[in-house]
Design a protein around this ligand. Structure first.
Ligand code: ASC
Length: 128
């Protein structure tokens, strides 16, 4: 377990950084800023699905204080936060699955659903 809140904050931020890199590259492909490369996209989607399970553990009690953009509201509305995090994990898993299959319409939909669950949480629980 984490020795102190700082360790939990660094743990979850590390995962979010990796998620952002992988999701950002998929976004570039989805927006046509770079060519769609099915294999790379599927690899990134698989990465995000695995990484989506990491941050949750880092939101320990007391880790709203420190070098973090996480708002104290997370710990006040814990059940809602947990359910939003779970939705993100589910959407990321769906994205990884459809990315393997290669149907563009399904990929686009699953990508947008996943992006919405990133933003849905950030809008409420992250400092801007
Ligand atoms: C990203 C990123 C987010 C999400 C979000 C999707 O690339 O860093 O937080 O996408 O903007 O709506």
């Amino acid at each position: 377990n984490f020795e102190e809140p700082k360790d939990a904050i660094e743990y979850r931020q590390s995962a979010f950084g990796l998620i952002s890199y992988n999701f950002g590259d998929m976004a570039a492909m989805m927006k046509g800023k770079k060519p769609f490369e099915a294999e790379t996209f599927a690899m990134r989607a698989t990465n995000v699905a695995a990484l989506s399970k990491i941050p949750f553990e880092g939101f320990i009690d007391g880790s709203d204080k420190g070098d973090t953009e996480a708002l104290a509201k997370i710990w006040q509305d814990r059940a809602d936060f947990d359910s939003k995090m779970k939705t993100f994990q589910e959407n990321a898993a769906i994205l990884a699955t459809v990315a393997q299959k290669g149907n563009q319409a399904e990929i686009k939909q699953a990508f947008m659903d996943t992006g919405k669950s990133c933003k849905g949480c950030h809008d409420v629980y992250k400092k801007d």
